[in-house]
Design a protein around this ligand. Structure first.
Ligand code: C2O
Ligand code: CU
Ligand code: CU
Length: 521
């Protein structure tokens, strides 16, 4: 309980510091960001749940661009990814963002199980000796493939790699064991720089093709990808990090976008079923998605597709989480808003009701049924006897501008855990702080056994369905217990809070996955 007392003290300071910051002042007055967005004030709900951000319906919805596979071999995906600054139209304002290939959001990379994926990665950020407020030299970056079950060692998903400005790296990933039908997410992972690069626009989707059975069930449905991202601009740049308080709180933007668009318009025919695959690409904003007059049918979660659709009235999505939905449009024409309803994640988070997208149901009726089965091989391991499995506990805490796991700050002495490949473990993550933390582990998705605290519907969805999660909300004052299969890959990887500011201030630990035949000396 000691960290809790400290956190309480900090909140008082937080309110003052944040309100005094110029960026916050701009946000509250609406600044120059009101054009067609009406977003002013939305970022500062302060947990009251009273503010409403309801921009007018925007342009026609568009999916993110797809990255071109340059390799003719059907089992090799070969793409070029260049990190660079580029001018991007953010709700009518041209802004200098961090981008992949000059695009925002980053272009989608498609692969399928069994592929070899090669990413020719280049860093075209300007060379600099400038440090950010955490003391890390800007300009360095790297690539993390969040959610991919691939090797955490070079040349694959090694988050320790660092490409300096002007440098390049050729990543190679083996998808022999990658679950089909998954929606994953690539982003920068150079510790200490992650939050500001991600805030500035670096992120994109990874789509793994459906298995034959999944494709048979889902092929009839028009499919779209929704990459959710918020941002605030100061002039023509993303607002800078100016205080450790912003790192404690996590930055939320006053412009909330779907694929870089404010309140785009999605068209559906009456009775049509569409598949929406959604990534929360924000640093710190949580969504509680709800479509007026409609149910959302969950068919997939971080680690794969579910056995069948699960009807939900709303979906909470924290940073780093993904969800795959089917939506059956109403039988009659009409206009419906996709809202993000207020959600209080704690501290200074926004808690506004935001109109994310407008769904226009019109045209000829198309009465598409929902599938009865989606993924016939979806598995639940919750029945397994866990009594003999190694048990691990990770406690998250924050204090004086730093984040900790089991009391250890990543920059000082990282909390380290060892596992043996080919085994199962039970992890409990405790959150005695006053804000929710989305806990994320690399390489291996887990099955959630129990959640204490937080939202009832969220808990029910993720503890009763055959869902696999690599990112799960550990509610303020609560805990999560999960079954972690340690499969296929050895190496040094990590787990951390996916409020990316928290990762940068130390709420990250090392996960050393060892070969069973080689006990540690
Ligand atoms: Cu999405 Cu270690 O991160
Ligand atoms: Cu990750
Ligand atoms: Cu956190």
């Amino acid at each position: 309980m000691k960290p809790k007392v400290k956190t309480t003290l900090i909140i008082g300071v937080c309110v003052l510091a944040l309100l005094a910051a110029p960026a916050a002042a701009g946000m509250m007055s609406g600044g120059g960001m009101m054009d067609g967005g009406g977003m002013g004030g939305g970022g500062m709900g302060g947990g009251s749940g009273s503010s409403v951000i309801d921009p007018p319906a925007g342009a026609v919805f568009r999916d993110p661009a797809n990255l071109t596979d340059t390799n003719p071999d059907p089992n090799v995906v070969e793409v070029n990814l260049d990190v660079k600054k580029a001018m991007i139209n953010v709700n009518g304002v041209m802004a200098n963002l961090f981008t992949y290939n000059g695009q925002f959001p980053g272009p989608t990379i498609w692969a399928k199980r069994g592929d070899t994926v090669k990413v020719h990665f280049t860093n075209s950020l300007p060379a600099t000796t400038e440090k950010n407020i955490l003391g890390f030299t800007r300009g360095i970056t790297n690539l993390h493939t969040h959610g991919w079950h691939v090797s955490p060692e070079a040349p694959a998903d090694d988050a320790h790699l660092a490409t300096p400005p002007g440098g390049s790296y050729d990543y190679v990933y083996d998808h022999a064991f990658q679950e089909s039908g998954t929606l994953n997410f690539y982003h920068a992972h150079s510790h200490g720089l992650v939050a500001e690069q991600h805030w500035g626009g670096l992120g994109g989707a990874l789509v793994e093709a459906d298995s034959a059975a999944e494709a048979a069930a889902l092929a009839p449905y028009e499919t779209h990808l929704l990459y959710l991202k918020d941002i605030s601009l100061s002039g023509n740049a993303p607002t800078a990090y100016t205080s450790t308080m912003e790192y404690m709180n996590g930055k939320e933007g006053n412009t909330v976008m779907v694929n870089g668009q404010v309140n785009p318009v999605m068209t559906m025919r009456p009775g049509q079923v569409q598949r929406w695959r959604i990534v929360n690409g924000c640093n710190a904003r949580f969504y509680r998605l709800s479509l007026q007059g409609h149910q959302l049918q969950v068919i997939g979660t971080d680690g794969g597709l579910l056995d069948k659709p699960y009807a939900q009235s709303e979906i909470i999505l924290s940073p780093g989480e993904r969800v795959d939905l089917l939506v059956k449009a109403s039988a009659t024409a009409g206009t419906f808003k996709l809202y993000s309803l207020p959600y209080n994640r704690g501290m200074m988070s926004s808690s506004a009701q935001i109109t994310m997208m407008t769904v226009q149901v019109k045209g000829t009726k198309l009465d598409q049924p929902l599938p009865r089965t989606v993924n016939p091989t979806a598995v639940s391991m919750r029945g397994m006897d866990t009594s003999m499995m190694p048990k691990k506990t990770f406690t998250l805490s924050m204090s004086m501008g730093r984040g900790y796991i089991n009391g250890q700050d990543f920059d000082v002495n990282p909390s380290t855990t060892m596992s043996t490949v080919g085994t199962y473990e039970v992890w409990t993550i405790n959150n005695p702080t006053m804000m929710d933390h989305p806990f994320h582990q690399h390489v291996n998705p887990a099955q959630i056994l129990s959640i204490t605290g937080g939202d009832d519907k969220y808990r029910a969805l993720y503890t009763t369905t055959p869902s696999w999660k690599d990112t799960i909300i550990v509610p303020k004052g609560g805990s999560v217990t999960m079954l972690v299969p340690v499969k296929d890959y050895t190496g040094m990887t990590m787990f951390h809070c996916h409020i990316l500011e928290h990762e940068d201030i130390g709420m990250m630990g090392m996960w050393h996955i060892m070969d069973g035949g080689m006990p540690p000396m």
